[in-house]
Write a protein that binds this ligand. Sequence first.
Ligand code: COA
Length: 160
Amino acid sequence: MKNIAIYPGTFDPFTNGHLDIVMRARLLFPSVIVAVTDNPHKKGDFSLADRIAMVKEAVRNIDNVSVDSFKELLVNYTNKKKARIIIRGLRAVSDFEYEFQMALMNRNLSANIETVFLMPDEKYTYLSSSLVKEIARLGGNIEEFVSEHVRSVIFKHFKL
Ligand code: COA
């Protein structure tokens, strides 16, 4: 098994904070798959196809990063990909409890898989997809937080 790393998330939408994690992960692992999915606890704004397209655009020139999607248990998907690393970003202590629970549950479901936590640059520690959407909807500037492509998708989606 190669050290393929899976970076799963809803990415609704993909932000510069997510990209920061991808850039760190790609230096640690020979191959990184950004795996887009739905989170049953969240009602997303963008379709799966739109979210995949946003990630693809963001990582298009990065040679060891690819984009995929899945609709099953993350550990099953990870095993199918012959990967054994799950990457998650940790922004603040508030992320910890949820991430800790998921990592241990995933380990319980599949003991061969390790979750690796990476910290984004400090400037992204307060960033989240929901905040980006809220700021955009209310006419704020989101230039610092998402790519130009993501910005245009957000503007189009919310008819701004
Ligand atoms: N920079 C900026 N924001 C970040 C970030 C970073 N580095 N890392 C996370 N975030 C934000 C996201 O923008 C998102 O914000 P939002 O809540 O405002 O939308 C939030 O943190 C978490 O989003 P994300 O990283 O996409 O994760 P998620 O919680 O939506 O995804 C899954 C969770 C998909 C990994 C999980 O539900 C899963 O594994 N599902 C598959 C089914 C399964 O196996 N379930 C059992 C799990 S034990």
